[in-house]
Design a protein around this ligand. Structure first.
Ligand SMILES: Nc1ncnc2c1ncn2[C@@H]1O[C@H](COP(=O)(O)OP(=O)(O)O)[C@@H](O)[C@H]1O
Ligand SMILES: [Mg+2]
Length: 374
């Protein structure tokens, strides 16, 4: 199932959509949908619209589909076509609301222009009479929310969690580094999608907007986003800065560490309780930080690595936005952490940390390919 259901996090934005996957094998030309381009973009290519159709910008790399194309691809949007397998995913706006259309257009605009290995690839769209649909590359492993919180799903390993954190940080650093200073504004586990190789990408750009330019310190906006993830100063004032994304990143990092939901996790209290409030005292105390760690990891993580990730989360969650690190700094810290490998001994609880030291043995007694010497 591609629809991410059951998240108690309250969204303040109005897009209501259904996501369907077409099950047509690459090469079957019948529905008129091509498989996504497999090439990954790690660069910062930005396309500009080549024209406008009404209020809709036309991008050279985006396909414009007819509703008949998409009906054929999804057996008339039949429930059988809900994501499970496929080569593309189709998001259909359910409600014919002004706000919904605005968010749909915002997503076409940003994802039509921005290409990066950690942003989901938009293949095309359909805007025919009242129908509004988006066609994306298919993200086989669904949303991060499912991997972290869905019952019965295999818990993610520590290494995988740290990879996902770095992928998200890379996507956000790319956005913040653009001239337009793009702010993503709705970072949460259900907006992070995972592909078949477990690479994480940011999706759902309906709330993104350009950040402050020139001497501006912030942009003033209506408060939209998701409870539990939105930065407190933004919720209080509507003043938006890239540091609002950094706060939301801190919340997602905390979710990765703890396996608990940003809001209303039953293991930390009632529906109104936030993960950040619960975790903050433990994050501040190095001797207590392990209280926040997900027990499903069964202790299989590097204590030093986890401690560093926890203190990074605490910095991202600073109440004063000025004290939060920039996203590039967050990314650098996570990449450094990834260069630190964990080797497990036979016992699942035991681990040792090792460092790669330019082809030499490290002080921890590791070989050049990173295995531990015993
Ligand atoms: N490209 C995709 N591949 C696979 N699943 C997707 C894709 N896009 C969205 N989904 C699924 O649909 C859910 C909702 O998509 P999203 O773009 O966040 O829309 P919404 O505006 O409803 O939040 C995601 O959490 C994910 O489970
Ligand atoms: Mg979403």
């Amino acid at each position: 199932m591609g629809i991410c259901l059951g998240s108690p996090a309250k969204s303040f934005h109005s897009t209501s959509c259904q996501v369907l996957g077409n099950k047509v094998a690459p090469g079957n030309s019948n529905p008129g949908l091509n498989p996504p381009n497999q090439q990954t973009h790690s660069g910062t290519l930005c396309d500009v619209p080549i024209g406008f159709k009404g209020d809709l910008p036309v991008y050279i790399n985006l396909k414009s589909f007819t509703i008949t194309d998409l009906k054929n691809a999804t057996k008339n949007f039949c429930v059988d076509s809900l994501i499970g397998e496929g080569v593309v995913a189709i998001k259909k706006l359910k409600m014919n609301s002004f706000q919904g259309h605005r968010e749909w257009l915002t997503e076409v605009n940003y994802l039509g222009q921005l290409h990066h290995e950690n942003l989901v690839k938009l293949i095309g769209y359909c805007s025919e009479s009242k129908n509004r649909l988006l066609v994306y590359e298919f993200m086989a492993k669904g949303c991060l929310d499912n991997h972290l919180f869905k019952k019965g799903v295999q818990p993610m390993s520590w290494a995988r969690r740290m990879h996902v954190a770095a992928d998200i940080a890379r996507g956000l650093s790319f956005l913040h580094g653009l001239d337009a200073n793009v702010i993503y504004r709705d970072l949460k586990a259900s907006n992070v999608l995972i592909d078949s190789k477990f690479k994480a990408k940011l999706a759902d750009f309906g709330l993104a907007r350009n950040g402050p330019s020139g001497d501006g310190t912030h942009v003033s906006t209506r408060v939209v986003g998701t409870m539990g993830y939105a930065a407190p100063e933004y919720v209080a004032t509507g003043h938006l800065t890239p540091k609002s994304d950094v706060y939301s990143f801190g919340v997602v990092l905390l979710e990765l560490l703890s396996g608990k939901r940003a809001m209303g996790d039953e293991t930390i209290g009632g529906a109104e309780d936030s993960l950040v409030d619960w975790a903050r005292p433990y994050l501040r105390d190095n001797r207590q930080f392990s209280r926040i760690m997900d027990t499903r990891l069964r202790g299989e993580y590097s204590k030093k690595g986890a401690q560093a990730a926890a203190s990074l989360a605490l910095r991202c969650l600073q109440i004063d936005a000025k004290n939060r690190p920039a996203m590039v700094e967050v990314l650098a810290t996570l990449e450094e952490l990834q260069a630190t490998k964990v080797v497990l001994k036979n016992s699942p609880r035991a681990y040792k940390v090792e460092h790669h030291v330019n082809g030499m043995l490290s002080p921890h007694g590791t070989t050049r390919d990173g295995r531990l010497l015993r």
